[in-house]
Every structure is written in structure tokens, then in C-alpha cells.
Design a protein. Sequence first.
Length: 134
Amino acid sequence: MVQVKSLADLQNLKASLQNKLELREKGEKADSLVQIKVAMATCGIASGAKKIMEYFMNELEKRSIGAVVTQTGCMGYCYAEPTVEVKLPNQEPVVFGYVDLKKVDEIIEKYIKNGELVNGIIPVNYETIDDNNK
């Protein structure tokens, strides 16, 4: 159990609980929001994915873009880390490779806000089980 010993402790606890509540509320309506998954396996973390994830979260909030930013495991594109999957509402997900802070800004401004494709997309090179059953 968390012990509150100061006003700062209480404010930190409040902020933490509000963040958890906001994430839960967003999760219930995730299909209507932009969904961003940052690959955070060992290779992604070593390539700077943690910084990319934090930057996405901060910039989307600053720009008032409704989004859910989560981490995921290995996407299988270790050569292109950090990798990020972006899914706009009612569209197929797109995976971007070699993502740096400049690329995050470009993804937000061009792809997320305007639907324009930007360089760095990793083409889908696999079929899902569902694809094989059609």
C-alpha cells in the first residue's frame, strides 16, 4: 500500500491513477482512435524505442490527437528498429521502420493528420492464418 507523506506524494498518486483511468477508457473505444504500437523487444529498446514511445505520447497529447500508444514485442523487423505500427480508424495498420524523432513528427503531421503516406513503410511480407482460409 502506498503511503502518502506529503502533498507532492498525493499529487503524484492522483496523476498516476488518472493516467490509468484514461488508458482504460481509451481501451474501450480503441477502434475509433489512432492506435500506435511501438516494438519494445530487446532490439527495439537498444535502438531507442523507449524514447520514440515517450515522444509519441507527448506529441499526440500536445497536438490533441486522440490515440492509444502501447508497446508490443518483436515485430520481426530487427534490421529496421525502432519500428512502429500505426493503425488509423477503419484502415489497415502500417508499419514504419527506422523511426527517429523527426520521423515521428512526419508520421503525426502527414500520415495521422492528413492520411498521406510517408517514406519508411515496411511492406507486409506475410499472410495470416485467416488469409489462408479464404
